[in-house]
Design a protein around this ligand. Structure first.
Ligand code: GLU
Length: 450
């Protein structure tokens, strides 16, 4: 049994029943053979065994009272995965699907994503199995305060800096920041994704979506092509999807779809972004209301969709931006995209394509940007927020956007050049995994056995 297979099989034994975590680990380790062969030190130093084990995992009870006076209990998590390159950095996800496997897969991805940005940030992730859907503002506040009443003792601006993810936006960050400040008496950059009124950074809200589109444009430029005039499928209807759609329009592309957990929306003429933003403010999971304004659009409810995967990927387009959630794009979806002429896929979400879907993209040799490279613009801009907080400055929109573009270009170049160097030109999964691994592994070796 090879070193890699043994590590995976030991992991399945020591951390049972964590399917998403194994998927994320296997995807990275599958790429590492050439670099492990190039230098014996990684194996001698047990780097892979050390990397798959989080430095620290915190699990805690989050009790809170709902508006009817009933006591609710949720599970809270923070996984501090790897601090070789800097303070733990990564978002908090509030979603009913959250469990230890989901948080560990996200934390593991975050290590390599953060390494690829070239910035000084380690990897972490957290969240709770709390469902914000249908909860009042007062309930959200009480939940966030209870969550922070435990988390505050584990985080700090130079130790662990959480941010948002699914279900956690500026409002939740605000309530958590308020509670942190109340408990510690400190006003400091302990969270990113803050409001612009009190320490947030311009472009942070837009950064993940914009970054995924910049990344697609860099992939295409390398192939002598561009996004201009291309029909693009986008999934999701949250922050990432909305700002991917906005940037696609700015670059002359035509985004024709979006989706939520209830259904997929397709509008041949191009998604009406003003209306989409308005629907997001007014109601949740209500994309079908779009048809009240645009009767020429099409809506496919999830309940009516007979196949696995997501109806959004069955429409015809040249580009795809999965911006919803993990494993939302199946092998058959990937085959349908290729058969319909899709030439570029750039992932705004974390691990949205299943392992088999990724194989289809690599096999077809289309331009495929895996999430850990293509969606790194969000966390990179969080680091720019940390830099502004630490130096008590706020930068202009143009300055932050310029930095974001540069970072996305660097990530593309690093992944692309590494893929070529290790013998698989054009394979950015392989290139991103090796480049991310190398930076973290070399730092770990220099810092000794800790
Ligand atoms: N949740 C985002 C991600 O998946 C952002 C994390 C951050 O800004 O720290 O990368």
């Amino acid at each position: 049994m090879t070193y890699i297979h043994k590590t995976i099989s030991d992991l399945k034994h020591s951390s049972p029943a964590q399917a998403e975590f194994y998927q994320a680990v296997e995807e990275v380790l599958d790429s590492l053979e050439p670099i492990l062969e190039s230098s014996a030190c990684y194996q001698q130093q047990a780097i892979i065994q050390r990397m798959v084990e989080p430095e620290r995992q915190i699990m805690f009870r989050v009790p809170w009272m709902d508006d009817n006076g009933n006591i609710q209990v949720n599970k809270g998590y923070r996984v501090e995965f790897n601090s070789a390159l800097g303070p733990y950095k990564g978002g908090l996800r509030f979603h009913p699907s959250v469990n230890a496997s989901i948080i560990k897969f996200l934390g593991f991805e975050q290590i390599f994503k953060n390494a690829l940005t070239g910035l000084a940030i380690g990897g972490g992730k957290g969240g709770a199995n709390f469902d914000p859907k249908g909860r009042s503002d007062a309930e959200i506040m009480r939940f966030c305060q209870s969550f922070m009443s435990e988390l505050y003792r584990h985080i700090g601006p130079t130790t662990d800096v959480p941010a948002g993810d699914i279900g956690v936006g500026a409002r939740e960050i605000g309530y958590m920041f308020g509670q942190y400040k109340r408990l510690t008496g400190r006003y400091e950059g302990v969270l990113t994704g803050k409001s612009l009124l009190w320490g947030g950074s311009l472009v942070r809200k837009e950064a993940t979506g914009y970054g995924a589109v910049y990344f697609a444009d860099y992939m295409l430029a390398d192939r002598g092509d561009s996004l201009k005039g291309k029909k693009c499928l986008v999934s999701g209807a949250g922050n990432v999807a909305i700002y991917a759609i906005e940037k696609l329009y700015q670059l002359g592309a035509v985004p024709v779809s979006c989706s939520d957990s209830r259904g997929a929306l397709y509008h041949e003429k191009g998604i009406d972004l003003v209306l989409l933003k308005q629907l997001k403010e007014e109601c949740s999971e209500c994309l079908d209301k779009y048809l009240e304004t645009h009767s020429d659009a099409k809506y496919v409810p999830v309940a009516d969709y007979p196949e696995d995967g997501n109806a959004v990927w069955r429409f015809t387009a040249e580009a795809a931006f999965p911006c919803a959630t993990q494993n939302e794009l199946s092998e058959t979806d990937a085959q349908a995209l290729i058969a319909n002429g899709c030439v570029v896929v750039s992932e705004g979400a974390n691990m949205p394509s299943t392992a088999k879907a990724v194989d289809v993209f690599i096999e077809a040799k289309i331009a495929y940007g895996p999430g850990k490279a293509a969606n790194a613009g969000g966390v990179a801009t969080s680091q720019l927020e940390m830099a502004q907080n630490a130096s008590m400055q706020s930068w202009t929109f143009e300055k932050v956007d310029e930095r974001l573009k540069e970072i996305m270009k660097n990530i593309f170049d690093t992944a692309n050049n590494t893929a070529t160097e290790f013998g698989q030109p054009g394979n950015l999964v392989f290139g991103a995994n090796i480049a991310g691994f190398k930076r973290v592994a070399d730092a770990m070796i220099e810092q000794g056995i800790v």
